[in-house]
Write a protein that binds this ligand. Structure first.
Ligand code: ATP
Ligand code: MG
Ligand code: MG
Ligand code: MG
Length: 568
């Protein structure tokens, strides 16, 4: 590519409204331009990087056995009614009508469409397992779009969905996706960590997020200093397990245990169903004698009442005896040791600002039934180790090993075991080997393709601009001829090198503008081309050019004869 025929669009000034460095550099280096809040044009340089990221993701998905498909951005409301999310999904879901006044949504995610697809295409166990993915535009009407494409309203996601007959089979694919995600982020060269994640409103049981560590990240990640334990604080928050010996705290339901629906709860607490509140899940753990001496609190962060209702937490609605201890242990990242069957999980809505917190509202082990006026025999904060405050650095790690460190992370990927949330609601099943109709078990796996670009810049920049890793750089080599328009010799060498590199399939940006060398250097550093060749009159006398590595800062003289070999 010749800069004279390209849309380089670099800017000197730091844009005033760009808070984080990646946003500033993407604007200054001519990668993106804002169209409206959360909506961006990709200029050619930005698009080159986006495509690079997408291709790495695609290669690793294919390698892991996933099959590429493409689903529409616009989705009919019918499907969302089937899954129940037409009601449940909050204002992030953009709803539109067509000319016949039929309802549609702009897809924020594709569970409904893919479940309907598989329901129609797959009828026998012989076609399973199946893992399909797409790289597609998503729309989420984010309450606070910010940091450029880091949190856009329209963005590019890779989303994969897998279908299975058994939990073991799902686990195998989940593990493959986990490994594929690690390879993707390694290939891009990111400093990332997989962490235990909250399953949020999408529901399901096991879940991991992949975070790029950066101070500008919007999530807090808790790391143990003595083990591999790492969790999104959303998940690890207020995670409290008391040891059996010290566990006299008893869950007592006093006051006025009335049965209420979620809308009663809303009226009772005077909280609109759309309003975000702090929520807790309380795990009561019964011992052999049937007592409930052990209580674990998990602060689930901010949820709306609607989301809480929507949440198919594996334990919500599960009677005491049926709850699976290992599921709870996995959720909490802890080990209950010798303690017997696990009790029910209760979403609790409470006012966190109150010193003591009376009158909890608990979800009972029945759908849509909530107990109001529930109290504890002791002050909650006394029997919780990580009580109702946020998890802090220095807290004991929930796995019992070491203490926690908190770092900021950017969520670039998220994998979930969905279970049968969608397949059951949408009747997606197959005939099993024994001829029985069986509902499928699902997993879903997302990567923020566009967000990765921003996250990569957060970790790879200096005061001059972006330092792209080779894997996703918009160009591999920059040719910077000094005063080419005055020197035949320089022009000749530059043109020859450009042709030779193109012939070798190297992506090269040839700065053939009539600009001062300083302007060219600055632009190439800002854009972050990893390898630069500077062609100057004096070095040509020795048949040499100067090589500069953008990432290491290393400079060296190279013989013109070996150039192409060196760069390929
Ligand atoms: P966040 O917590 O940042 O809002 P999320 O948990 O809502 O993200 P998921 O539903 O898990 O997002 O979607 C999968 C991936 O899509 C995320 O891990 C993230 O990388 C990306 N993503 C989500 N929302 C956005 C957005 N608004 N802009 C860019 N990328 C996004
Ligand atoms: Mg979100
Ligand atoms: Mg998230
Ligand atoms: Mg997520």
């Amino acid at each position: 590519m010749r800069t004279s025929q390209y849309l380089l669009s670099t800017q000197k000034e730091t844009p005033a409204d760009a808070e984080v460095i990646s946003h500033q550099l993407m604007l200054r280096s001519g990668m993106i331009r804002k169209v409206a809040s959360g909506l961006y044009n990709y200029l050619p340089t930005g698009l080159r990087v986006l495509n690079k990221v997408a291709n790495i993701v695609r290669e690793e998905m294919n390698r892991a056995g996933a099959i590429e498909i493409l689903m529409p951005v616009v989705q009919p409301a019918d499907l969302w009614e089937e899954s129940g999310r037409w009601e449940e999904y909050g204002p992030e879901l953009l709803r539109i009508k067509d000319r016949h006044h039929r309802d549609f949504v702009l897809g924020p995610t594709h569970e409904e469409v893919v479940t309907a697809l598989v329901r129609n295409e797959v009828s026998s166990y012989k076609q399973l397992p199946l893992n399909v993915y797409q790289i597609q535009t998503k729309f989420r009407d984010e309450v606070r779009p910010r940091f450029g494409i880091m949190r856009g309203r329209e963005f590019t996601m890779k989303d994969a969905y897998s279908f299975h007959l058994s939990q073991e089979c799902l686990q195998t694919t989940y593990d493959k996706m986990y490994a594929a995600y690690c390879r993707i982020f390694e290939r891009i060269g990111l400093d990332f960590r997989p962490v235990i994640a909250d399953t949020g409103s999408i529901g399901g049981s096991a879940s991991h997020e992949f975070h790029v560590l950066a101070d500008s990240g919007e999530d807090d990640i808790a790391f143990s200093n003595a083990s591999d334990y790492a969790a999104n604080v959303e998940m690890a928050e207020a995670l409290a397990i008391t040891q059996p010996a010290e566990a006299e705290a008893e869950l007592t339901k006093v006051a006025t245990p009335e049965q209420r629906t979620i809308s009663d709860v809303s009226t009772f607490l005077n909280i609109p169903v759309e309003k975000t509140v702090k929520t807790l899940i309380v795990y009561g753990v019964t011992d052999e004698d049937g007592n409930t001496p052990l209580v674990a609190l998990v602060l689930r962060g901010d949820h709306t009442l609607n989301e809480i209702k929507a949440e198919k937490h594996p334990l919500v609605g599960t009677p005491f005896a049926m709850a699976d201890e290992t599921v709870v242990e996995a959720q909490l990242g802890c080990n209950f040791g010798s303690i017997g069957p696990v009790g029910l999980a209760i979403p609790v809505i409470a006012d966190r600002s109150a010193a003591t917190i009376p009158n909890f509202v608990c979800g009972a082990n029945e759908n849509d039934v909530h107990l109001t006026g529930v109290n504890w025999s002791r002050d909650v904060s006394e029997f919780t180790e990580f009580d109702l405050r946020n998890v802090e650095a220095g807290d004991k790690s929930p796995d019992g090993q070491g203490t926690l460190e908190i770092k900021r992370g950017i969520e670039v990927g998220h994998i979930f075991q969905l279970g049968d949330k969608y397949s059951k609601a949408m009747n997606c099943g197959v005939l099993s080997e024994t001829g029985k109709h069986e509902t499928l078990t699902m997993g879903c796996y997302g990567i923020g393709v566009s967000r990765i670009m921003a996250a990569t810049i957060e970790q790879n920049h200096d005061k001059y601009g972006i330092k792209w890793p080779d894997a996703i750089a918009p160009f591999k080599v920059a040719i910077i001829p000094m005063n080419m328009h005055k020197s035949h010799r320089i022009k000749e060498v530059a043109e020859q090198l450009y042709d030779d590199l193109l012939a070798q399939g190297v992506e090269v940006l040839f700065d053939d503008r009539k600009e001062r060398p300083g302007v060219m250097f600055n632009d190439m550093e800002l854009v972050g081309v990893p390898h630069a060749i500077v062609i100057g009159e004096r070095n040509l006398d020795n048949n040499e050019v100067e090589y500069k590595n953008r990432r290491t800062g290393e400079k060296s003289m190279l013989s013109i004869d070996n150039l192409v070999d060196f760069l390929t």
